[in-house]
Design a binder for this molecule. Structure first.
Ligand code: PMP
Length: 369
């Protein structure tokens, strides 16, 4: 089946192989006589799916043994409350603002943290840059430092995580990696907790991945619901309440797909990273060389996953989107808060999809020169 290329920011494209396998197992998973959605989460069939998914994610992301992987619900926005409810026992938390998603995290944390402190903000650049770490004003004795590793709307990505210790902070780093997870390796030596919704790079909406260092467990504020207390979730292998079983299953199929990916000598996440670099370079080069399109993000923090761009002649926006759709290039309209266009090119987007977009952009520009 020849499917269009889907550039949605999320829920986003899932590899066709994964969808086909899920479809073929929909009514009967491995001869059990049950579809995955119909199974007890505590039964041996689902437990085997869960254990494999957890082990595969741990292997793919090279998650160290002293971190727990939790499969939760509520998405990135719920984590904006769940993180402070679990970690903010020392009162203060620091925030690095690089776009809409870190701004939202700050706003929500204010409900639970006695002092939510802005350590750095890129607002005066309209979120087109990351303030240099040397300018960050980190608090003493903070519970944690929060940042969003990839701002899905503004297209700003951290290509290196800060070394908080070297910057004089002993606080654990919390990263929202919703739109970056599984696109590149993670330097766990610099991270205390990572969270992200699955619906961009991993699987269906409804599943949230949390990776948390064990020493951060067990400090939840009294207000924290038991189902969101990381220690309770961890002690119960993510089965304190019924986990999003379908999401975990499809995520597991995606992890298997990721493990099969190869680029030359590289495999898994390293292979994906190479491919993601090549895809992003192709698109940025084509934007930078054109007279019609523009991306305003500083070169050192341009996102590999979400590439916002604008037509210098905005009157052409509708024609651009209509022509793209005709060519099977879907969901390119930019986020309503910034306008313009946005191409989200997560793992499931092949290089051929980005090439098709670049070819179309070029043809459209010629036609309207
Ligand atoms: N953080 C980031 C970086 C996101 O891109 C999103 C969703 N686009 C969220 C958080 C919010 O996720 P959810 O809608 O799953 O709550």
């Amino acid at each position: 089946m020849n499917r269009p290329y889907n550039f949605s920011a999320g829920p986003a494209a899932i590899p066709a192989e994964v969808l086909e396998l899920a479809a073929s197992e929909m009514l009967d998973w491995h001869g059990s006589g049950m579809g995955v959605m119909e199974m007890s989460h505590r039964g041996k069939e689902f437990m085997s799916i869960y254990e494999q998914a957890e082990a595969d994610l741990r292997e793919l992301l090279a998650v160290p043994a002293n971190f727990k992987i939790l499969f939760m619900q509520g998405g990135g926005l719920a984590e904006n409350a769940i993180v402070p409810m679990n970690l903010a026992h020392l009162g203060t938390a620091d925030f690095v603002l690089t776009g809409s998603w870190s701004q939202k995290s700050l706003k929500e944390a204010r409900k639970y943290v006695s002092e939510a402190h802005v350590a750095a903000s890129a607002e005066d650049s309209n979120f087109t840059a990351i303030p240099p770490t040397s300018s960050w004003d980190l608090s003493r004795g903070a519970s944690y430092v929060h940042l969003c590793t990839n701002e899905t709307i503004h297209g700003v990505e951290f290509h290196e995580l800060p070394d908080l210790k070297a910057l004089g902070s002993d606080a654990p780093l919390v990263i929202d990696f919703s739109s970056q997870v599984a696109s590149r390796p993670v330097d766990w030596s610099r991270v205390g907790l990572a969270f992200g919704g699955a619906q961009k790079n991993i699987g269906p909406a409804g599943l949230t991945i949390v990776v948390v260092r064990e020493d951060l467990l067990g400090h939840a504020l009294p207000v924290c619901p038991s189902a969101f207390d990381y220690k309770i979730v961890a002690d119960n292998q993510s089965m304190f309440n019924t986990p999003p079983t379908w999401g975990i299953y499809v995520a597991g199929l995606t992890f298997q797909w990721l493990k099969r990916q190869r680029e030359g000598e590289l495999s898994g996440i390293a292979a994906m990273e190479q491919r993601n670099i090549a895809k992003a370079e192709l698109l940025y080069r084509s934007i930078d060389q054109s007279q019609l399109y523009v991306n305003k993000v500083a070169a050192n923090c341009r996102s590999r996953m979400n590439i916002p761009f604008f037509l210098r002649n905005e009157a052409l926006n509708d024609a651009f989107l209509a022509g793209a759709k005709e060519r099977g290039l879907l969901q390119l309209k930019g986020h309503k808060s910034v306008g313009g266009m946005r191409a989200s090119i997560y793992n499931a987007m092949p290089l051929a999809g980005v090439q098709a977009l670049v070819d179309y952009m070029h043809a459209f520009e010629q036609q309207h020169a």
